[in-house]
Design a protein. Sequence first.
Length: 241
Amino acid sequence: MPVKPLHIAIDGPIGSGKSTVAAEVARRLGIFLIDAGALYRTVALVAIKYQIKPDKASQVADIFRRIKVTERKPLAKEADGRKITVLMDSEDISWAIRTHEVDDLVAKFGEHKQVIQAVHEKERKLASSQDVVIEGREIGTVVLPDAQVKVYLTADIRTRAKRRFQEYELRGNNVSHSEIVRALKERDELDMRRAYAPLRKAEDAVVIDTTGKPVDEVVDMILKLVPEEYKIKHKDIRSTG
C-alpha cells in the first residue's frame, strides 16, 4: 500500500466546474474534499462580520488563522443543492459564503499575500495526513506541487456564466447574466495578474475543457489519472449516480 497520502489537485477559473467535479471525485473515491474557494470565501465573510476593509487584509488573515474551519467529506449531494457543508467554529456557513456580497470581496482580499498564505496553511495542514481532493486556483503550482494527480479545468465564458447564474438562482439571488460575466472577467484578471501565487496551470497538469461535458465524463477522466497503487487502495471506487 502507498505510504504517501493521495493528493488530487484541481485548478481552474471560476465556473470551470471545479467544485462540482472535485466533490464527485472525492465521493467516488470516498476521500476528503478541500474546497479552497470556500476557505477564501470564509475570509471574505470574516471581513464582512468584523467590517474590515481590503487594505487591512493582514487583520483578516490573523483572525482567519485563529478560527476553526472544517469541510465534511462529500458522500452525496445535499438535498438543498450544496456539495459540501462548511463549518466555522461549529456554525454552518455553507450558504453565508455564497452570496453576491461575498463574491465581490473574495478577489479583493484573495490578492493579498497574507490572506493567501493563511489559506495555504490550512490547506496543507488538512492534506498532510490524509487522502484528499483539493480544488482552487494555485493548488498544483503552490499548495501541493508534488500532488500525484494535477488537473486544470477550463470552460468558455458563456458556460461559466451560465453555471454561476444557476447557482445564484438556486440560492434565490437575483443577479443578471451580464453582471455575472463582468464579475467573472474581473475576477479572472485579478487572479491571473496578482503578484503572489497567480492563477496559472502547473506544467505537468492535464488540461480538461469542461464545456459541453457531463460531470461524470470529467470525473471519469480524472479517476483514470490516479496511480494504480491508489486505485487498489480505493478499490471500492463508487460508480456514477
